[in-house]
Ligand binder design. Structure first.
Ligand SMILES: [Zn+2]
Length: 503
């Protein structure tokens, strides 16, 4: 988790001047390369050689050369002496503009060639001295710009996406699915908007948006490729009409606000896009179920050995999924409980999952779990076979990595039935409501004879006679949707904003 200060790595990480005040002044100023080029430009305009100018500041010509090439950061005292010696002001030297168009192109080429992403290509760098023809300089800079654009828009392959997802889940597991910085940002916002407990109503959400200068507008013509659109210029968050989607519109509004509050920059690649998605989800959940209130509820429940996700859901008027997700955020950090969480389709395919309790999700070769099918005997799947889908179902499951107790509910959506389940290892079931269940099953997955292969007797009887026509999962074949915001139709979005900003 990184916030703006570190994420927006400043390209102007400038001079080492040793004074906080000056550093502050320079924080939005030129970078060493620009300073170097301005210095060289001024020196040449005065007709001074490298040696002449170096002598002015009592440094060696080679040191001055390094400074002029942006390879060494000059001390402020050296810059002041040089400015005085060259008969110019420090301000002139530190101006952000390149001294000429040629210098600007040279600086851009230098920077592009010094970037790690270029060096990884192992293409030799071109010297940007005066002997490089202007035409070649223009062409090289043009190519670097085009390359940067392609990189930004590069469609992540499904494999890259799956790896990125697996990496992200690893990081979430290491921190127990708890994001302290987001919790404090949320707590500040709650305090600032005078929240005093209970569910976060639509009104409270509007108040939070207003506090941050944003207005929420519901509309029925959002571009199809988006969930929400934010007009950063006019500070308007556009949401779908409340009846238009299955998403809780409070959650959508808070997620849109999350991008702003967490100071997200345009994602550089698919993994940053995913990371931002996780962060805004977390941000929305941490407001819908504020940490402090949730903790007092959960701690009381733990003391009474009566923890139930339903209580969290009902106390904050949220979906079971939001309550379950929030429980996993707080359980390990504050209640000392390792947990797992899953959202799967009725055919057993994982859409979301998290664990830090050793449960072994099915994975593919990249370590990704999304799209994998969980064991037929796990609670998350057995729940679909229950006669009454409206209540939570609990079960103990013996697996290769131990016995787990899980509770699951079925969620009816326009895309079909899904189950949301939360589980803990056997040792921790004593804290959970529903532990008295006598339901128990045994899973031998990933042993294929557990449930992946049909029973031998059945297979024999139908040998050579079954020919199903598979439903093609076209999304599995497609490359990741292209674009900075994957799959978003930018023309639709800009057209939409334009339409809505008519005075
Ligand atoms: Zn199985």
């Amino acid at each position: 988790m990184k916030f703006s200060a570190s994420r927006r790595e400043s390209s102007s990480a400038g001079l080492t001047v040793g004074s906080g005040h000056v550093e502050e002044l320079l924080s939005s100023g030129p970078d060493p390369l620009t300073i170097g080029r301005r210095l060289r430009h001024i020196r040449r305009a005065k007709g001074l050689t490298l040696a002449d100018a170096a002598a002015l500041a009592s440094i060696s010509p080679s040191a001055l050369s390094l400074i002029e090439n942006g390879k060494r950061e000059a001390k402020l005292s050296v810059l002041i002496t040089l400015a005085t010696g060259l008969g110019t002001g420090l301000g002139e030297l530190l101006a952000t503009a390149a001294p000429s168009r040629r210098a600007a192109l040279e600086i851009e080429l230098e920077k592009a060639q010094r970037a790690g992403s270029f060096q990884a290509l192992e293409i030799p760098a071109v010297r940007t001295g005066p002997r490089l023809p202007m035409e070649a300089l223009e062409a090289l800079v043009g190519l670097h710009r085009a390359l940067a654009k392609v990189r930004a828009e590069r469609a992540a392959t499904p494999e890259q996406a799956r790896r990125a997802n697996a990496d992200l889940r690893d990081r979430m597991r290491r921190q127990g699915n708890y994001f302290g910085e987001i919790e404090s940002v949320a707590a500040e916002l709650l305090t600032a908007t005078k929240y005093d407990g209970g569910p976060i109503t639509r009104t409270v959400v509007d108040r939070m948006c207003a506090y941050l200068g944003f207005r929420v507008v519901h509309t029925n013509d959002l571009p199809e490729s988006t969930r929400t659109v934010t007009d950063l210029g006019h500070k308007i968050i556009y949401l779908p009409q409340p009846d238009a989607g299955q998403h809780d519109s409070r959650s959508l509004a808070l997620q849109a606000l999350g991008h702003v509050v967490l100071d997200h920059a345009v994602p550089q690649d698919y993994s940053e896009f995913l990371e931002q998605r996780v962060e805004i989800n977390y941000f929305a959940a941490s407001l819908l179920i504020p940490e402090r209130g949730a903790l007092s509820l959960l701690r009381r429940a733990k003391a009474a050995k009566d923890i139930a996700i339903e209580d969290l859901r009902d106390a904050y008027a949220v979906s079971y999924e939001t309550a379950a997700h929030r429980f996993t955020n707080l359980a390990t950090r504050h209640l000392d409980l390792p947990v797992h969480f899953m959202r799967i389709s009725s055919s057993g395919v994982i859409f979301k999952a998290y664990e830090n309790d050793g449960v072994q999700f099915p994975t593919d070769t990249t370590g990704a779990i999304e799209g994998q099918r969980v064991c037929r005997y796990w609670t998350a799947r057995v729940v679909f076979d229950q006669p009454d889908l409206s209540t939570a179902y609990q079960q103990y499951t013996d697996t290769n990595s131990g016995t787990y107790w899980c509770t699951a509910v079925v969620d009816r959506t326009s895309a079909g039935l899904f189950s949301v389940s939360v589980g803990v290892p056997y040792a921790d079931v004593k804290w959970m409501r529903g532990r008295e269940t006598t339901e128990r099953s045994k899973s031998r997955c990933p042993d294929p004879t557990c449930c992946a292969l049909p029973p031998a007797e059945l297979a024999d009887r139908w040998e050579g006679m079954a020919w199903p026509s598979a439903r093609v999962h076209s999304h599995l074949l497609a490359a990741m949707p292209p674009g900075v915001f994957p799959g978003v139709d930018q023309t639709d979005v800009l057209g939409f904003l334009d339409r809505h900003s008519v005075p």
